[in-house]
Design a protein around this ligand. Structure first.
Ligand SMILES: O=C(O)CCC(=O)C(=O)O
Length: 255
């Protein structure tokens, strides 16, 4: 379950690494139940229009919380791998559920997460996202796409692209042939860990099944944020017992 030095080297070369079966079927089922019926997702949702006029929907928060989302964000299978990848102690930054609904879910335009996190005042791109698939993620339902190795470009200029913050589209056209385009097809429970300067995007959901995902974002403990502080402060991300999320999943599914 923990990443080998070889996988860590892959992450620094490619800007991402995939781990299969981080969350088991019951844990994924409990997260989906909380997507559909839970308070957090229901009360924190908003839309961001894409360039095709479709809407990408997400629910976002900055507190770890005492629910299945908190249990996933502090799960050692995630947090300890984040620490291994970063090579330093980490703090929780935010969590977001991406709700790319069947037939209607919109695209995410090309961007680097640090492209806009920089504007939120973070000193350095010592930041990482862990994308957990809750449904099968396929090309048909708009799986994540990455430009392999593009984190090495370092931060590009970002601006408004439709209702989203995206990388400069002219620059994307210029650099895209330099990198391999990878469609990250994933099975539920797998987690893609990716660097905050990795260029990524995703297409619309044209399939008749949803593409929902939970993205957990982390910042190096020693990486200060100068402005727009939404986080509860730079404290080490707590690490739960390994079975904490499984126990929480069972109590959700028992209701
Ligand atoms: O879920 C996706 O396809 C991409 C979401 C994303 O890139 C983001 O929230 O920054």
């Amino acid at each position: 379950m923990y990443l080998t030095q070889e996988k860590v080297a892959d992450y620094w070369r490619d800007g991402y690494v995939l781990i299969e079966n981080v969350f088991n079927e019951r844990e994924v089922a409990a997260m989906l139940s909380e997507v559909e019926k839970g308070h957090r997702v229901a009360t924190t949702q908003h839309d961001a229009a894409d360039t095709r006029g479709r809407r990408a929907r997400l629910a976002i928060w900055h507190e770890i919380g005492d629910d299945i989302w908190g249990a996933a964000s502090t799960c050692p299978r995630v947090v300890n791998n984040v620490r291994v990848l970063m090579g330093e102690e980490t703090a929780f930054f935010h969590g977001k559920v991406i709700l790319k609904e069947a037939k209607t879910g919109g695209s995410w335009e090309w961007h680097q997460d640090y492209g806009y996190w920089y504007d939120q005042g973070f000193a350095a791109p010592r930041m990482l996202s862990a994308f957990a698939a809750l449904d099968p993620c396929t090309r048909e339902n708009g799986c994540l796409q990455v430009l392999r190795g593009s984190h090495k470009l370092e931060r590009l200029d970002h601006g408004k692209v439709a209702g989203q913050t995206g990388a400069d589209p002219t620059r994307i056209k210029q650099i895209e042939s330099m990198f391999e385009l990878v469609y990250c097809e994933m099975s539920p429970g797998s987690v893609l860990f990716f660097h905050s300067n990795l260029l990524h995007a995703s297409g619309p959901n044209n399939a008749d099944y949803h593409r929902r995902a939970f993205i957990m974002c982390y910042n190096a403990l020693a990486n200060p944020q100068f402005t727009e502080k939404k986080t509860s402060g730079q404290i080490p991300c707590p690490v739960s017992a390994d079975d904490a999320i499984e126990k929480m999943a069972e109590s959700i599914l028992a209701v």
